[in-house]
Ligand binder design. Structure first.
Ligand code: ADP
Length: 261
């Protein structure tokens, strides 16, 4: 039974060749248990997106290994769903058609495709918008469609690249709470890239902090806080503030160092 366990071993990614070579990821190893929520934070340009695209199978490692439930990753697959910051919706398809997209590849009868898509459209609060086109939607709605599209084909692992980075604060918070509800309900592994320390601590069970370029693993912190309370109670709790300050401290060490280069 696949459970979405991700193993990253001695991962190295170098872009380009000759004098144009850039080492983006430098010997990174970590594991994410099935159903676990890991955030990755680090200074801009430290290799966060590169790491995510390697796990997605969009890029090939220069050396090292990535495995999902023990099977080496050798390209994209439906066990991993990627959500991008800029939504990546198909502008010529309606909300419903965007959400059924991944299901069309599977051998699923039309009616079942529609019913499955509708379930995720409803889950994301998009009921009534099925026939709208992306250009008719706000940023928050577009990201809900992108999430519904990814969830509909039921990947065991969600790979999210600053998915709420383009949204203003109230929308961002609403989508964070949506995502937490979904994660609790359907128990997927989530690897979530963000540069927002508060977002990482609010959402995830573990936060991995990366060093400045070239990206290495600096630390992984357990964020074992009680998330059954409402947002206000969580973000004002001593345990939350303590962990947020610790992530900040580690991240500031990196950004200060890069300013001295
Ligand atoms: P982050 O997501 O943390 O901002 P990226 O993964 O986008 O970092 O980039 C890591 C490093 O790799 C940066 O120095 C960036 O300039 C470089 N880089 C990213 N993509 C490419 C590419 N396609 N070709 C060459 N260098 C790249």
């Amino acid at each position: 039974m696949p459970d979405g366990h991700v193993t990253v071993s001695n991962l190295v990614k170098t872009y380009g060749s000759g004098s144009e070579r850039t080492k983006a990821i430098d010997d990174v190893s970590f594991e994410v248990d099935g159903g676990e929520f890991l955030s990755v934070v680090g200074p801009s340009g430290c290799g966060k997106s590169t790491l995510l695209y390697l796990i997605a199978g969009f890029l090939e490692p220069t050396s090292g290994k990535i495995a999902v439930d023990g099977t080496p990753v050798d390209g994209p697959g439906t066990d991993r769903g990627v959500v991008f910051q800029d939504y990546a919706l198909f502008p010529w398809r309606t909300v419903m058609q965007n959400v059924t997209y991944g299901l069309e590849e599977q051998d699923m009868p039309d009616e079942e495709q529609q019913a499955t898509a509708q379930r995720f459209i409803d889950m994301m609060g998009l009921d009534g918008f099925e026939d709208k086109y992306p250009k008719e939607l706000s940023g928050g709605m577009k990201q809900r469609v992108a999430l519904a599209r990814t969830l509909a084909y039921d990947p065991q692992i969600l790979l999210m690249d600053e998915p709420f980075g383009a949204l203003d604060q109230p929308l961002r918070e609403a989508l964070q709470d949506n995502l937490l509800d979904i994660w609790r309900d359907i128990g997927k592994t989530i690897i979530f890239i963000t540069h927002d320390v508060e977002e990482s601590v609010y959402l995830s069970e573990k936060v991995m902090i990366m060093t400045q370029h070239p990206g290495k693993k600096k630390a992984v912190l357990d964020i074992d806080i009680d998330r059954t309370r409402d947002r206000e109670a969580i973000i004002t709790s001593d345990e939350y503030v303590e962990r947020r300050n610790e992530v900040w401290r580690l991240l500031h060490e990196e950004t200060e160092q890069s300013q001295h280069l």
